[in-house]
Design a protein around this ligand. Structure first.
Ligand code: NAP
Length: 314
């Protein structure tokens, strides 16, 4: 019987692990797997980010994967245990303790659980997306962009992720189209300034992607539609990456823990879910702030809530 099992090993889960380990709860962390459609990507979204410049304590910035590695080392130093390359597929909260089943078939009995599974990238709902997925179509330019060095590429979206990916690709490519469905960006002012001043980045305003064009094996372009005029046009491209937000990785909780209509986990009194013993933190809860530092803060709250809740259970 575990005291607390933490589902997810990114900012929220690892911070919860540090706090729970220091509270002598000997937490078990199920870190997740790297396969598509999984519930928890090990290390979360920071694993696919370049420079993190706004996490306090790093005046010169830090690479996302380095930050995650350091958080994990800190959790391990205090005795947190990790299950790697497996993920939780069901959570049963109907008994006296919680029962988790893992994709690999193992079962974990635990007094408490912290769900910190984060969120996964949203994709564009067009048939050609599937055809060219991983053949020039993707959701992580920072991960796969180097394959398209020297080509003209497009990034879809108007938030900080799209701006960051456009800047990244602008170092590798002669032209980066930034396709956005409106005529003003959502991203932070400083990132907008950097992107819009970059001569390689060419905004394509008021436009959506109608179809990915290709030769059957790889992307050759995209047909885009101006949503104001209805006009369509074609861009010749080597790759197209969507950076259009995320959906919470909570599908495995359907029917066992209350979710809102978008799949986020509602919490009360800090990090309590509707199931006794189940707590939640990070991007699977928060669709407003969604920052590494806020996820870490919620992970800390969840571990403290677990510690106090376990004490009340005797
Ligand atoms: P976001 O802020 O939600 O932006 C998503 C963008 O995609 C929006 O511009 C949205 O358009 C567009 N979009 C959504 N659905 C679409 C669809 N179906 N088709 C076309 N476009 C669509 O998401 P994000 O950029 O991933 O950022 C998430 C959070 O992480 C934010 O809080 C951001 O500040 C943070 N972040 C920070 C950094 C950094 O500081 N280094 C880097 C990345 C992300 P509309 O604008 O029209 O809604």
């Amino acid at each position: 019987m575990e005291n607390v099992t933490i589902i997810g090993a990114a900012c929220a889960g690892l911070t919860a692990a540090i706090y729970a380990a220091r509270a002598n709860l000997s937490p078990l962390v199920v870190a997740g797997t790297f396969k598509p459609g999984n519930v928890s990507v090990p290390g979360g979204q920071l694993m696919t980010t370049t420079d993190v410049e706004n996490f306090p304590g790093f005046p010169a910035g830090i690479k996302g994967p380095e930050l995650i590695k350091a958080m994990r080392a800190q959790a391990e130093r205090f005795g947190a245990r990790f299950i790697d390359n497996d993920e939780v597929v069901t959570l049963d909260g109907s008994g006296r303790s919680l029962a988790l089943t893992l994709d690999g078939g193992d079962r974990i009995e635990t007094k408490a659980a912290i769900v910190a599974t984060g969120a996964v990238p949203r994709t564009i709902d067009i048939p050609s997306w599937e055809t060219y997925w991983n053949r020039g179509v993707g959701t992580c330019a920072v991960c796969d962009g180097h394959f398209f060095r020297g080509k003209e590429v497009a990034i879809v979206g108007g938030g900080d992720s799209a701006l960051e990916e456009a800047q990244y690709m602008a170092k590798l490519c002669p032209r980066v189209y930034l396709i956005h469905r409106r005529d003003s960006l959502r991203g932070s002012k400083i990132m907008q300034d950097h992107a819009l001043k970059n001569p390689v980045i060419q905004p394509v305003w008021d436009s959506t992607v109608e179809e990915i064009l290709g030769d059957g094996t790889r992307v050759t372009g995209a047909r885009i539609k101006n949503v104001k005029t209805g006009a369509t046009s074609e861009l010749a491209l080597g790759a197209l990456f969507a950076a259009i937000g995320h959906v919470p990785a909570t599908a495995f909780l359907k029917g066992s823990v209350a979710l809102d209509e978008q799949g986020y986990i509602p919490v009360t009194r800090g990090t309590f879910t509707n199931v006794a013993g189940v707590f939640a933190a990070g991007d699977c809860v928060d669709h407003v702030y969604r920052q590494a530092v806020t996820a870490a803060g919620m992970g800390c709250m969840a571990a403290m809530d677990v510690e106090r809740w376990l004490a009340t259970q005797g």
